[in-house]
Write a protein that binds this ligand. Structure first.
Ligand SMILES: Cc1cc2nc3c(=O)[nH]c(=O)nc-3n(C[C@H](O)[C@H](O)[C@H](O)COP(=O)(O)O)c2cc1C
Length: 305
């Protein structure tokens, strides 16, 4: 019996299977190597990387909610040069494409990040974060303005030959418009969705729990929102989608693929179960076997085709 095909192409990023990690939920990789074989991932999307090192926001930075977490990490990271010299050599040892999630305060930051990461040997694609809700400058400000979102993608495209994945914010009135804007600006794929803006208040101190007052909600609570957004965008914009938002199992991933995602990223689930990516991959394989699906690509958008 021939094995079913799991390989997908995400806007030029060739993946042996559709399962990746969501940025910020898998560090730079080594943190999870004791639990899973990193070679089995379709791609590794690393922690958001900025030009200069960042300490992130003051604590409290994570709050548990009934069906997910609120975070306000604020893009803590050691900076792009540290990533290239220290983290990339480790990741290059694996047979898994490395996608770097980049974030900046200005268009020039994005241009410089794109230049340096393209010149560094071992980066397979750039995921452009124009959707972080936890930083004052850049971040979501770019992603909620159609013109600015397109400008960031245009700038990154001018400074790289790598596939460019635009990661969009759900915290907008009309995400389809933003997706169309970045598609026209040359994005090769879309990553949907980043976290939903939320907050929690401690009723005893009567103060917001997060040090930054508001944070991003992730996990199963946001899954129906993510599925709805992928459904809407996939039908309006002709770009492959990396779907994420509360994926905990293979069944969840299949739901995203049926809605129109070509690949899926596992985020918050990694904090609960460090083997979550492997469970998702094995769950996809089991579903394909159960329903006799020969090629995963047959399922992409099958719910609306
Ligand atoms: C602790 C934490 C840190 C995150 N850091 C980033 C980041 O650096 N860049 C980014 O684009 N998204 C970041 N995200 C968003 C995730 O990549 C993902 O879009 C979101 O959490 C939804 O997926 P999930 O529900 O599976 O976690 C972060 C999420 C969490 C929970």
């Amino acid at each position: 019996m021939t094995r079913p095909n799991l390989a997908v192409n995400l806007g030029g990023l060739q993946m042996k299977n559709p399962v990746t990690t969501a940025s910020g939920c898998f560090g730079f990789g080594p943190e999870y190597a004791p639990y899973i074989d990193l070679n089995r991932l379709g791609a590794i999307v690393v922690k958001g990387t900025t030009l200069e090192p960042r300490l992130g926001n003051p604590g409290v930075r994570i709050v548990e909610t009934p069906a997910g977490i609120l975070n306000s990490i604020g893009l803590q990271n050691p900076g792009v040069d540290h990533f290239i010299s220290k983290a990339l050599p480790y990741l290059k040892e694996y047979d898994t494409p490395v996608v770097v999630n980049i974030a900046g305060n200005t268009l020039e930051d994005y241009a410089e990040l794109a230049k340096r990461l393209t010149a560094a040997d071992g980066v397979a694609a750039l995921e452009v974060n124009i959707s972080c809700p936890n930083v004052k400058k850049g971040g979501m400000v770019f992603g909620t303005d159609c013109f600015m979102a397109a400008e960031v993608i245009r700038t990154v495209k001018q400074h790289t030959t790598l596939p460019v994945i635009a990661k969009l914010s759900p915290n907008v009135t009309n995400i389809v418009e933003i997706a169309q804007g970045v598609a026209e600006a040359g994005a090769d794929a879309l990553a949907l969705i980043n976290t939903l803006l939320g907050m929690a208040i401690d009723i005893h101190t009567r103060k917001p729990v997060l040090g930054n007052t508001m944070g991003g909600l992730s996990g199963p609570a946001i899954r129906p929102v993510a599925v709805r957004i992928i459904w809407q965008v996939a039908q309006a914009v002709n770009l492959p989608i990396l779907g994420m938002g509360g994926i905990m199992s293979g069944e969840d991933a299949i739901e995203f693929i049926l809605a129109g995602a070509t690949a899926v990223a596992v985020g918050t689930a990694n904090f609960v179960n460090p083997r979550a990516t492997m469970d998702v991959l094995e769950g996809i394989e089991q579903y394909m076997e159960k329903y006799g699906v020969k090629d995963i690509n047959e399922l992409v958008g099958a719910a609306w085709k």
